[in-house]
Design a protein around this ligand. Structure first.
Ligand SMILES: Nc1nc2c(ncn2[C@@H]2O[C@H](COP(=O)(O)OP(=O)(O)OP(=O)(O)O)[C@@H](O)[C@H]2O)c(=O)[nH]1
Ligand SMILES: [Zn+2]
Length: 377
């Protein structure tokens, strides 16, 4: 098993010619830095949210002590920043929390400086293709990947979904599968394929009313037609991916009423059209109930960097079993003496553990995404 290939964030760790002498002896402390939450990146200009400590009356309010501008209920203001030279080639991505100094007023024409990238909880990565060892971080610190897939028009592509699942689990993120266009096809087969993987499955359909807005395919949707979808997004940072035509824009526009305007703000700053932009953008859900990160440029993930053991770690029950595997076990279907097979064969031992069939489906599902890691699409 190879080491995880280096990416840009490892740049500073690279030993110099004379050992590990740091690049700069003394780094400025920047004790006056505030935390920014990166909501957009475009051509070296970063759109950030910072905590706005003042109230409407101009006095310092409770929010001054809040430290995370992405948290629900925190009052924020938008600023524009550039990367300080000391960050070298380190990439700042959507979802990052950064230390920012300089003019953080957000006034027109103001430009602050990002001096540090805070530790990331999750990093969603992609490579250009599976043979490319160079990986790029696409989004940082997201809680879940929401894979938007149409049940028809276009037809769902299992292999693509599996690959997204692998990328998310490798990143340390949860997975939600949002099946759209339930008015055209039955969601049951896909639900049965993904629930054993620990994936939350949501279903939406075209609303019978005005015909355009989607609604959740649940009997108890209540007043809010997208209630179950919103509940799954609440308080979280969710990355949405999906192929063209699956209804992702329809969904985002329904969830974030001023999504078009919000992305328009980014355009105003950069003078660049949304359609040609391939960078991710974070959109706030109403009532500060979480964030949706739209990824217009990301249609798939190269998985060259994903290690089997890292992926396995996302399947806690299987990982516990696999400690009994022979050294270097691939855990694939043809792996000799893989402990997962013995676990399935043992089935229900009368102690109330999962039955043989449930175990078999679980292992099969794991092996399917494991295979998708290296299969060509
Ligand atoms: N029948 C049906 N059509 C839908 C549904 N949701 C969206 N559509 C239609 O599917 C088409 C594609 O929807 P979009 O929201 O533009 O899809 P997208 O994934 O954003 O695609 P791009 O804009 O190309 O990235 C549009 O004609 C929508 O009206 C649905 O639930 N049922
Ligand atoms: Zn094994």
């Amino acid at each position: 098993m190879g080491r995880r290939p280096r990416d840009e964030s490892d740049f500073r760790d690279r030993p110099g010619k004379r050992g590990s002498r740091p690049r700069t002896k003394i780094r400025p402390e920047h004790t006056d830095a505030v935390t920014g939450f990166v909501t957009g990146v475009d051509r070296g200009r970063y759109t950030l949210l910072v905590v706005d400590g003042t109230t409407d009356e101009g006095t310092v309010g409770d929010h001054a002590t809040a430290d995370d501008p992405a948290r629900a209920g925190v009052r924020t203001r938008t600023i524009v920043a550039m990367k300080a030279r000391e960050l070298h080639r380190d990439r700042v991505v959507c979802g990052d929390r950064v230390d920012v100094v300089g003019d953080t007023s957000g006034d027109e024409g103001s430009l602050a400086r990002i001096v540090r990238i805070q530790d990331r909880t999750a990093t969603l990565r992609r490579t250009a293709d599976d043979t490319d060892p160079y990986e790029r971080i696409v989004v940082a610190n997201a809680d879940q990947l929401v894979i938007v897939t149409a049940l028809a028009q276009p037809e769902p592509r299992i292999r693509m979904i599996d690959r997204c699942v692998v990328a998310a689990y490798d990143a340390g993120m949860d997975v939600t599968l949002c099946l759209t266009k339930a008015d055209l096809a039955d969601p049951t087969p896909l639900r049965e394929l993904y629930e054993p993987l620990g994936v939350t499955v949501l279903v939406t359909r075209r609303d019978g009313g005005d015909g355009t807005a989607p609604r959740a395919d649940a009997p108890d949707a209540g007043d809010d037609p997208l209630g179950p979808v919103r509940a799954q997004l609440e308080g979280k940072i969710s990355v949405l991916v999906g192929h063209s035509g699956v209804g992702k824009s329809t969904l985002v526009n329904a969830l974030v009423p001023d999504a078009a305007r919000a992305t328009g703000v980014v355009n105003a700053v950069t003078g660049r059209g949304r359609q040609t932009s391939t960078s991710a953008v974070a959109l706030p859900l109403p009532d500060a109930a979480g964030w949706v990160i739209d990824t217009p440029g990301v249609r798939s993930f190269g998985l060259a960097h994903v290690e089997v053991e890292h992926l396995l770690a996302a399947f806690e029950d299987l990982a516990a079993v696999a400690v009994e595997c022979p050294r270097g076990c691939t855990h694939a279907e043809d792996a000799p003496d893989c402990a997962l097979d013995a676990w399935v064969a043992a089935g229900d031992d009368g102690t109330g553990e999962a039955s043989q069939q449930v175990r078999a489906v679980r292992v099969e599902s794991f092996r399917r995404v494991l295979a998708a890691r290296t299969a060509t699409v």
